[in-house]
Design a protein around this ligand. Structure first.
Ligand code: 6R9
Length: 624
C-alpha cells in the first residue's frame, strides 16, 4: 500500500464535505438492493414489487428519496426538508439542513460491520500483479492522507487537484479530500501539461497530488515532470505531493513533498469491475463513491484493454472473478476487431451482468458483447447518463430483473427519474414511437447543482432551453412500447434533403458491414441536399477493401436499413478516430476537418492521442 511518510493514523473528524451526493445502484438482478430499505421505510408499507416502487419513486419522489437517504446513508445532522428545487430557475437543493460526510459513508460504515471485506482490487498495468485492499486498510490510508493534507494547510472549501493514474492512492486522495471538506479536481493522467494547468487554474488549487511516473499499456509516462511544467503557469500552487508508482526517482523541488510505499494484505471478496478511469465521471460514481458507499469490492483498472494483448479484460475477469463488468462501447468495438479467440481463452463464468456506458452501443457491438463475452447468458445493460446527472438515469432493468431487453436501447427510466421528449417548439411529446430532445421533468438528488464559478452558464445550458425542465443535450426515441433509445447529441443530428437524422443511426448501419470496425458520420454543407453524409471508416484488422467496393456495400446497406438519402457521399478511411480519454469520438474535431476549418479545431486538451487528428487531416486532404 501507499504509506504517507510521517503521518499518524489519527481519525480525521468528520466535517461536511462534498456538495454532490451520489446515490448508487449496482447493475443487474443479483445486487439490486432496493428491497433493503423498503420494509421499514415509512410510506412504503403497502408497496410490493419493484415496478410499483418505481412508479412511487416518480409520483411521490420526496418520500422515496427521503426513505433512501435515511436508510442508506449515515447523517451527521438529519435533514429537515427533502428538497427545495425549482427547475424553471435552475435551483437545485436537496436534503436541506442535513449534513453528511461521503467518505464516512464509503468507509466507516463498512469498517464497523465488515472491516476485512475487500474494498479495492487494483488491477495493475503489469498483468497478474493485482493487489487487494480491505475497507479497514482503505480507511486508514484515507485518514492518514486526510491528516497529511490538513497538516499542510488544506482546509474545508479548498480544491485539491489529483493528477494520478487509477490506483488506490488516487481513491484515498479523493476520499481524504471529501473527509476534510475539500473538493477534488481529478484530472486524467493522460492530459498534457497545458490541459492540466488550465484545470488547476480553474480550480485555483494550492495543492496537487501526483505520482513520479505512470504506467499504462506498458508505457511509462512522466507525470511528475508534467506537473512541474504545468505548475509554472499556476501561481496558486504551493505544494505538490508525490507518491512513487515506479522505482525511478524524480527531481524534487522545495514545493514537493514525498510519499512512500509498502504492501497491503490480500483478501477475497465480491467484485464489481468498472474499467473506467477515475478521471471520468463513470470512475467517480461507479469505481469509487458508488461501490464503496454500498460496501462493494471495486476494481481499479490501471491498464488498457489491449495490453499486453486483447485478452486483458477477460483474463482479468477470470483472475479477479469479476461479477459485474462495466465498460464503454469504444473498447468493445476495439476488441471485436481482434476476434473471439481472445475472449474464449478465459473463464468468464463469474460474470452476471455486462454494462455499457458513454455512447450509443451499436447493434454489432451489443451482439458480440452479449453472445461472445457473456456467452449469451448475461444481460447487457446499456446505461444512459451524464456527468451532470451523477448516476445512471435510463437502463434496461431498473425495476424488473426479468424485463425484456432490446439490443442497443437504454430502455427504462431509473427510480425517481421522469424523462420527457420535447419537440422543436418546446412542447412535450406525449405519444410513443416518436423522437425528441431528452429532458427531465423532475429533479433527483444526484443531479448537478451548478458549474463551478459559473452558475449563469449552468442555468443557460441546462434550464433555459426548455423552461421548467432539465435539458440533457441528447436526442432520444421512444418506441411504441415506451422504451427509450438514445440517438446521440442533438448537435449530431443532420438534415439531408429535408430529412433529419441522427448520425448514430447511420453509424449503426455502417458498423454492421463486415469490413468495418468503427465509423463516425458527419454532416457537411452540400449545395443541393443542404447537408451531405461524410463517413470516416476504420477497417477491421487484416481487411483489405477498395473504396469503391466498400461504398457499394455501404450504399446498399444504408438504403435498405434507413433510406437512400442517408447513403454516404464521401468515405474516408482512417487508422483510428480522434477520441477523448473516456473513449468518446470527438465529432466536433471531425466536423471542423470536413469543413476544412483547421483554425477552428478548438480545445484539443481532452484528446487521447493528438496524432490521430493529424492523420485525419492528411487523409481528408488526400481525398479532396
Ligand atoms: C456517463 C457519461 C455524457 C454523454 C451523454 C450521451 C453519451 C452516455 C450513453 C450515451 C448513448 C448511452 N452517453 N451514455 N449515449 N447511450 N448508454 O458518459 O458521462 O462523459 O458526461 O457523457 O455521453 O451523449 O449526454 P459524460
Amino acid at each position: 500500500m501507499w504509506l504517507l511518510r510521517g503521518c499518524t493514523s489519527k481519525y480525521v473528524a468528520s466535517s461536511f464535505g462534498r456538495r454532490v451526493l451520489t446515490t448508487y445502484h449496482v447493475l443487474g438482478r443479483s445486487r439490486c438492493n432496493i428491497a433493503a430499505f423498503m420494509p421499514e421505510a415509512a410510506g412504503f408499507e403497502g408497496v410490493s414489487g419493484r415496478a410499483a416502487l418505481r412508479e412511487l419513486s416518480v409520483s411521490n419522489s420526496d418520500s422515496f428519496w427521503a426513505a433512501v437517504a435515511r436508510h442508506r446513508l449515515s447523517w451527521i445532522t438529519p435533514f429537515h426538508t427533502v428538497q427545495d428545487c425549482d427547475l424553471s430557475r435552475g435551483k437545485i437543493k436537496w436534503f436541506e439542513g442535513g449534513k453528511l460526510n461521503v467518505s464516512v459513508n464509503c468507509l466507516d460504515r463498512h469498517v464497523h460491520t465488515c472491516p476485512e471485506r475487500v474494498a479495492l482490487i487494483w488491477e495493475r498495468d503489469e498483468r497478474g500483479s493485482e493487489m487487494k485492499y480491505t475497507y479497514r486498510e482503505l480507511m486508514e490510508m484515507t485518514c492518514q492522507l486526510g491528516n497529511l493534507l490538513r497538516r499542510h494547510g488544506v482546509k474545508k472549501g479548498d480544491c485539491v487537484t489529483i493528477y494520478m493514474p487509477t490506483c488506490p492512492l488516487a481513491v484515498a486522495s479523493m476520499l481524504a479530500c471529501a473527509r476534510i471538506g475539500a473538493a477534488h479536481n481529478v484530472v486524467f493522467a493522460g492530459f498534457s501539461a497545458d490541459a492540466l494547468a488550465e484545470r488547476i487554474r480553474d480550480a485555483q488549487s494550492s495543492t496537487v497530488i501526483t505520482v513520479n511516473q505512470g504506467v499504462r499499456g506498458g508505457k511509462v509516462t512522466e507525470l511528475k515532470k508534467t506537473v512541474d511544467t504545468a505548475v509554472q503557469s499556476c501561481p496558486t500552487v504551493k505544494q505538490v505531493f508525490v507518491a512513487m508508482r515506479t522505482e525511478t526517482p524524480v527531481t524534487m523541488t522545495a514545493r514537493d513533498i514525498a510519499m512512500d510505499e509498502y504492501v497491503f494484505s490480500y483478501h477475497d471478496g465480491d467484485v464489481f469491475g468498472c474499467v473506467a478511469d477515475i478521471g471520468w465521471i463513470t470512475g467517480h460514481s461507479y469505481v469509487v463513491y458508488g461501490p464503496l458507499a454500498n460496501g462493494a469490492t471495486t476494481v481499479l483498472f490501471e491498464s488498457t484493454p489491449i495490453y499486453p494483448d486483447p485478452g486483458r479484460y477477460w483474463d482479468m475477469v477470470e483472475r479477479l472473478k469479476i461479477n459485474q463488468f462495466y465498460g464503454a462501447p469504444t473498447a468493445i468495438r476495439l476488441l471485436l476487431k481482434y476476434g473471439d479467440k481472445w475472449v474464449n481463452k478465459y473463464d468468464r463464468s463469474t460474470l452476471k451482468t455486462l454494462g455499457s456506458v458513454g455512447e450509443p452501443i451499436n447493434t454489432e457491438a451489443w451482439e458480440w458483447y452479449h453472445r461472445v463475452v457473456g456467452g449469451g447468458r448475461c444481460p447487457v445493460v446499456d446505461t444512459w447518463w451524464q456527468t451532470e446527472t451523477g448516476g445512471i438515469c435510463i437502463a434496461p432493468r431498473p425495476s424488473d430483473p426479468d424485463a425484456e431487453i432490446v439490443p442497443g436501447m437504454a430502455m427504462r427510466p431509473f427510480f425517481g427519474i421522469k424523462p420527457v421528449l420535447m419537440d422543436t417548439e418546446g412542447e412535450v411529446l406525449t405519444s410513443n414511437n416518436i423522437s425528441g430532445a431528452l429532458c427531465m421533468a423532475q429533479p433527483w438528488p444526484g443531479m448537478a447543482r451548478t458549474i463551478h464559478n459559473n452558475h449563469q452558464r449552468f442555468i443557460d445550458t441546462y434550464f433555459q432551453p426548455y423552461p421548467g425542465y432539465f435539458f440533457t443535450g441528447d436526442g432520444a426515441y421512444r418506441s411504441e412500447e415506451g422504451y427509450y433509445q438514445i440517438t446521440g447529441r442533438l448537435d449530431d443530428v443532420i438534415n439531408v434533403s429535408g430529412h433529419r437524422i441522427g448520425t448514430a443511426e447511420i453509424e449503426d448501419v455502417v458498423n454492421q458491414c463486415p469490413a468495418v470496425a468503427e465509423s463516425a458520420v458527419i454532416g457537411y454543407a452540400h449545395n443541393i441536399k443542404g447537408q451531405g453524409v461524410y463517413v470516416f471508416v476504420v477497417l477491421k484488422k487484416g481487411v483489405d477493401i477498395q473504396e469503391a467496393d466498400l461504398s457499394r456495400q455501404l450504399n446498399s446497406m444504408v438504403s435498405e436499413k434507413i433510406a437512400k438519402y442517408a447513403c454516404p457521399d464521401f468515405i474516408q478511411f482512417a487508422k483510428r478516430l480522434p477520441k477523448t480519454r473516456s473513449g468518446k469520438i470527438m465529432r466536433r474535431v471531425l466536423r471542423k476537418v470536413v469543413e476544412s476549418d483547421l483554425e477552428g479545431l478548438g480545445d484539443l486538451s481532452t484528446l487521447d492521442d493528438p496524432a490521430a487528428v493529424q492523420e485525419i487531416i492528411q487523409g481528408h486532404e488526400k481525398l479532396l
